[in-house]
Structure formats: C-alpha cells, structure tokens
Design a protein around this ligand. Structure first.
Ligand code: SAM
Length: 265
C-alpha cells in the first residue's frame, strides 16, 4: 500500500512537471526573443555540430547542393528557406523580410551596392539576382568559415560574376572601399552584420563620403536582436528620412523589422 502511494505521488509530480513544461515554460521561452536566439543560435547549433561533426553553414550548403538547381538563384533561396523552416533555424534575413528587401532593391535599382554581413550568402543571392547587368555587389564577411560557404552558395546560384566577397571587418574595409574598388558613392547599402556596428559604420560611411543624396540604407533586425542606438540616430537626424517596415524575426513569429533610411545629403 505504501509503495503504491509513493508511485502515485511520483506519477503526479511528473505529470505536474510536464504540464508546467509544456503549457508554461516552453511557450514562455518561445515568446522571449533573447531565449529564442540563445536556443537557436547557441544551444541547438552546438548540439547538432557536436552530433554531426559539421557546422550549420556546411549543413546549409549540403541542403542547397541536394535540393536546388545549379544556376537558379530562386531555387537556392527556396532550398535555404526550406532547410531553415524544417531542419535548422539560421540567421539569414529569411523569406518574409527577404521579400521587403527584394522590393527595396527593385525600387532603388542600384548601380553600386554594399552588403555588410554575408554569413552563408542567402541575402547576397537575393540581392544579386535582382541587379541590372553590369552592376556588382560588394559583400563583407569577417568570419572565414562563413565566407568559404558563402562563396560556394553564390557560385551554385550562378551569381559569382555579380558578387565580390571581401573577407574582413567593416570597420577596417569601409575606409578603403573608395580606393580599392574605385567606388565614389553607394546607391544601396544593406546592413546585416553585428547590430552594435550599425551606428559606428553609418558614421564611417558619412565620414568617408560614401553616401550621396538619395543613397538608401536598409538595416535588418532593428527590433530583434535590435539596434536602438542606430534607430535613434537615423530617425532623429535631419540628414535621413527613415521608415520602419514591420515583419518577424526570420523563420519565427517574433516581432522584427527593417529600417529604410534615405540619405538627404
Ligand atoms: C545576420 S548574419 C548575416 C546574414 C545575411 N545577411 C543573410 O541574410 O543571409 C551577420 C553576419 O555578419 C558577420 N559580421 C558581423 N560583424 C561584422 C563586421 N563588423 N564586419 C564583417 N562581417 C561581420 C557575421 O560573421 C555574420 O556572418
């Protein structure tokens, strides 16, 4: 009889624990942007890396090689989105914000384009596929392992002639761009590197004279993880006309968005 009581108590405790876990803890964690990012970008990534002895970018590249058609950028984008929705989350701009990015690139129709933060080349492929013949995109990435994967994904999409991938940090490269690439100003800049670099880098663009009247800057993740100092700057400076495009953090339901800022001179 005592044994049965103990068993019943243990079962009741387990049921209560499961209830708390599934009805309170897991949804609470999913609603928290910080917890979601730590979960996707640290815990599950490290676990899978250890179990598979590969990296997330390498697994993403494999998914592209298996499911996309060589020379077809749209199939590369779809293969990455499918992988990130069904297998592993990754920090690409994603499909929802990606279509906002597409419409801004199409509207600006830039001749000179810079991207900060290549990662595996997802947004690079999105932008490069929309550029007019003769237009080149310069993209900066400071992680050599990411850059190596991005090169292969960009080549798989058949866009290697439209893209110059530069390995190095934005702070080091922005002051050299004019001289190294013969660029006077950029028509369009996509900011999608570490969020605490947005503000120092936009100030570097100004200092280096890389912006002209009408240059368009589009910044990702201004809400999640967020770039509050950058937002305050572009929204309050008389040198910019700024507009927020609400969306969600890539492949999740968490609030995030893009900030489009037009340089007024
Ligand atoms: C959010 S990911 C970029 C995602 C990519 N734009 C896409 O949508 O597919 C940010 C990337 O920026 C790179 N990064 C961060 N800070 C950087 C810096 N200061 N200079 C160059 N690359 C940087 C990181 O290594 C990372 O790969």
């Amino acid at each position: 009889m005592r044994m049965e009581c103990c068993l019943l108590t243990v079962c009741a405790l387990c049921a209560a624990l499961l209830f708390v876990l599934f009805y309170w803890l897991v949804p609470a964690v999913q609603r928290s942007s910080l917890c979601t990012l730590i979960w996707h970008a640290t815990i599950t990534e490290r676990l899978r890396d250890t179990l598979t002895r590969s990296t997330r970018p390498q697994r993403m590249l494999k998914a592209v090689q298996k499911n996309a058609t060589k020379g077809n950028p749209q199939s590369v984008i779809s293969a990455i989105d499918y992988f990130c929705k069904n297998s592993e989350w990754a920090m690409n701009v994603g499909d929802e914000k990606g279509s906002i990015l597409d419409s801004v690139v199409t509207e600006v129709n830039p001749s000179t384009v810079l991207e900060l933060g290549t990662y595996c080349g997802y947004s690079t492929v999105r932008i490069a596929r929309l550029l007019s013949p003769g237009t080149k995109l310069i993209t900066l990435e400071f992680n050599p392992a990411y850059a190596a994967v991005a090169r292969q994904i960009i080549a798989y999409a058949g866009l290697q002639d439209k893209v110059t991938l530069v390995e190095g940090s934005s702070g080091e490269w922005i002051p050299q761009i004019k001289e190294r690439f013969g660029i006077t100003t950029f028509d369009f800049i996509f900011l999608d590197h570490w969020k605490d670099q947005y503000l120092p880098d936009i100030k570097l663009f100004e200092e280096c004279g890389l912006l002209r009247k009408g240059s368009v800057l589009l910044a990702d993740n201004v809400i999640c993880p967020g770039a509050p100092d950058y937002l305050e700057y572009v929204r309050n400076s008389p040198r910019y006309e700024s507009r927020y495009y609400p969306a969600h953090l890539e492949y999740t339901k968490l609030e995030d968005g893009l900030e489009k800022s037009v340089f007024l001179g």
